[in-house]
Design a protein around this ligand. Structure first.
Ligand code: SAM
Length: 288
């Protein structure tokens, strides 16, 4: 079958199936074969790999993934795309399509049903739920090797940056706690149909086998991080003391910061991941 990664073939198949794009599902299909090949190459797929693709659309990337990997499981929410996928993936025996919302799928079960190997996630993500998808994969401890995804350029920036920059926040810390982020390439809006209002980027997150820092309680660490960035222009002490869910007193917070050699006026964006781990471990002890 001719590649779908261009404007003409994508338009033809969409027209033939009278498919209407649904904005609410973040449907911007990739129509640039060069970018497609770059994603495939950077995902470092081998014949042993099981790939999870989130949102296959009309199957443009799915075809190439199926050619490189052992198996592909593709989860697509829009039932109107299923007849198209049945057609474009007809010749591929190693693809399983699941017509579901990825946030409701039991990804651990997918892993178990496909040999138990850590997954490689490869996707042109729906941008309206990029962060929940990434957080779900990491926080649920899905066995993962890497996540190679197209995201909004600003989101890729947030995933990569360190302390002291305006993009640094809860997403940067969450991603960097679990994985090493690498920007693969920027992608202009013209590479999609329909054209989105933002530029995009491909980023690869390689899961750490041994995380560089470890919190005593991950859930508590991320609750502390979220509270620290809740009120961006306020101090870290204010964010933590005002977060009802943490149940911490202002004095406890200020003493803990002082014990770490930090001023009480410090802001969340000044702390490294390691400092957040130390802070959350100490606050956990006080709270217990
Ligand atoms: N992979 C295709 C491509 O590159 O051309 C399509 C990418 S498009 C940006 C995002 C895809 O995710 C769409 O097919 C959309 O229907 C699907 N999608 C949106 N929300 C989803 C969800 N919650 N679960 C699974 N798929 C979803």
């Amino acid at each position: 079958m001719a590649t779908l990664g261009n404007r003409k073939n994508t338009a033809d198949i969409i027209q033939r199936h009278q498919f209407d794009f649904r904005k609410k599902y973040g449907q911007n299909f990739l129509i640039d074969n060069g970018i497609l090949e770059k994603i495939i190459e950077s995902a470092q797929i081998t014949r042993e790999d099981c790939i999870l693709e989130i949102g296959p659309g009309i199957g443009t990337m799915t075809q190439r993934l199926a050619e490189e990997a052992d198996e592909v499981v593709a989860v697509e929410i829009d039932k109107n795309l299923i007849p198209i996928l049945d057609e474009t993936l007809a010749g591929y025996e190693n693809v399983t399509i699941i017509n579901e919302d990825i946030l409701k799928v039991d990804v651990h079960r997918i892993v178990d049903e496909h040999g138990g190997k850590p997954l490689k996630v490869v996707a042109n993500l729906p941008y309206y739920i990029t962060t929940p998808i990434i957080m779900m994969l990491f926080e649920k401890h899905v066995p993962l090797h890497s996540v190679t995804v197209m995201v909004q350029k600003e989101v890729a920036d947030r995933m990569q940056v360190g302390p002291g920059t305006k993009d640094y926040g809860a997403l940067s810390l969450a991603v960097q706690y679990y994985a090493k982020p690498e920007l693969i390439t920027k992608v202009p809006a013209a590479c999609f149909m329909p054209r989105p209002n933002v530029d995009s980027a491909v980023i690869r997150l390689t899961r750490y086998e041994e995380p560089p820092v470890k919190a005593d309680d991950e859930e508590w660490l991320f609750a502390v991080i979220r509270a620290s960035f809740n009120q961006r222009r306020k101090t870290l002490a204010n964010g933590l003391a005002n977060a009802g869910n943490l149940a911490l007193g202002r004095q406890q917070v200020e003493e803990t910061l002082a014990g770490m050699g930090l001023p009480v006026t410090v802001r969340g964006e000044a702390l490294t991941l390691e400092q957040f781990c130390i802070l959350s471990n100490r606050l956990l002890k006080i709270r217990a």
